[in-house]
Design a protein around this ligand. Structure first.
Ligand SMILES: *Cc1c(COP(=O)(O)O)cnc(C)c1O
Length: 418
């Protein structure tokens, strides 16, 4: 059971007086606490580093916060690399985990001396031609088939586009060694948004064993095992959170059993958590602007799927509360919608909520990861502002909302004739 508290009505009123809804709000203290907890859970590993997955919340102020907490960044595209560079990350502080990678992205990643996490065996030649091969490299492993935790199927790596097969790893390592690569890492991402604490430990064992096998087959020396992202958050109040301290300790046990005796190198552990780091630290703050009764009872918000795509895209649950009515009985049933001309633009369907009045602030929870980031401009909707609630209780806008001028910036109205 997780109690979803959200920012107070007072806080929201204070911010909204200056920054109109909708906006994404992040809590600095919660962000820092998560980074600290994760770092502590893996502090047994001297070279541990969390590479925050930039795609989850690509805002430079958040990246700076994590930088101050000792984290690196995981980038997957040219602009994410550029943002990381602007914040001052370089070299080993940047993981570049991409796929179907454009040549210019590899070139830029090499220029920053980022750690390259190679997605495919054909990328060896491609990287050699575009940026050149580094002395140390990580390869992404796709074990194929089904990925099970006990008897429960967590994912279908066999259907996923990512990574090397097991055979390709052996072949790829041999080829990379011939081409001068000195140290290796192994990465895998086998389940997304899982709160099952056995996920990391189970995958760590698989990666550790595979690394030892590869060492025996090729003599490759290892510098890194990258557990990637995927540790989830309890979006529903009745869900339990993953136990990160327990996870860290179980990975340690596996490390001591498998890595230490095999003497395959000074192996650091990396994570690339996005959702776990920022998800619960953010809220989409919106206002109820319409109420409609037809065959169902609707509340229309000033936010829409362009501000938070997950419910429309995945049918994802996001908890909703009404600011100032946290203790009211949930004796109304609403569909809570945005204004897109798409019937899937609903933040909640038949949700039990307190009575919502026009002008109420409606808080959509757990939007700190893959929230603003997945936003888009359909129906000419503009992206919202992002606001940081600082540790001292004050707030600061860390991204302004788009204006119509931003929306029109790539068009040329002076030359309309085709
Ligand atoms: C998306 C992604 C992540 C972050 O995933 P979360 O579910 O947010 O933890 C990490 N690594 C890679 C390679 C990814 O594609």
């Amino acid at each position: 059971m997780t109690i979803k508290k959200g920012p107070s009505l007072e806080t929201i009123q204070k911010i909204s007086a200056e920054i109109p809804t909708p906006y994404h709000l992040y809590d600095e203290k919660m962000l820092r606490d998560n980074a600290k907890r994760l770092n502590a859970a893996f502090s047994w590993n001297q070279n541990f580093r969390e590479y925050f997955a930039v795609k989850a919340t690509p805002n430079p102020v958040l990246l700076r916060i994590f930088q101050q907490e000792g984290c690196g960044v995981d980038c997957s595209s040219l602009t994410e690399l550029m943002m990381a560079e602007q914040v001052g990350f370089s070299g080993d502080q940047i993981m570049f985990s991409s796929n179907a990678t454009p040549a210019e992205d590899f070139e830029y990643a090499r220029k920053l001396n980022a750690i390259i996490n190679l997605d495919d065996i054909t990328h060896i030649d491609f990287l050699q031609q575009h940026g050149g091969l580094p002395e140390k490299i990580v390869c992404r492993f796709n074990p194929g088939g089904e990925f099970k935790l006990g008897t429960f199927v967590m994912g279908n790596p066999g259907d996923a586009k990512y990574g090397f097969t097991r055979e390709q790893l052996t072949e790829g390592f041999k080829k990379l060694m011939k081409l001068g690569v000195k140290k290796f890492g192994l990465h895998s991402f086998l389940a997304s948004n899982t709160t099952d604490s056995t996920y990391y430990p189970t995958m760590a064992r698989l990666l550790f064993k595979t690394a030892v096998e590869l060492h025996e087959e090729t003599g490759a020396e290892f510098f890194l095992i990258n557990l990637s992202g995927g540790v989830g958050i309890p979006y529903r109040p009745d869900q339990d959170a993953a136990d990160i301290e327990w996870i860290g300790n179980e990975v340690k046990k596996a490390y001591e059993e498998i890595i230490v005796p095999a003497k395959i190198g000074d192996v650091g552990i990396a994570t690339e958590l996005g959702r776990w780091m920022t998800g619960p630290c953010g809220w989409l703050i919106s206002k109820a602007v319409h109420e409609k009764r037809i065959y169902k009872h609707y509340i229309g918000l000033d936010a829409c799927a362009c501000n938070l795509m997950r419910p429309a895209m995945y049918g994802a649950y996001h908890h909703i509360t009404v600011a100032g009515k946290e203790d009211w009985p949930c004796d109304h049933v609403y569909d809570v919608t945005g204004s897109l001309c798409e019937n899937n633009d609903k933040f909640a369907i038949e949700r039990e909520l307190p009575r919502i009045d026009i002008g109420d602030y409606v808080i959509i929870h757990d939007t700190g990861a893959h929230g603003f980031a997945m936003g888009y401009n359909y129906n000419g909707k503009l992206r919202s502002a992002e606001v940081l609630m600082k540790q001292d209780g004050s707030f600061r806008m860390i991204r302004r909302a788009e204006t119509p001028a931003d929306y029109f910036a790539t068009l040329d109205f002076d030359h309309l004739e085709p």
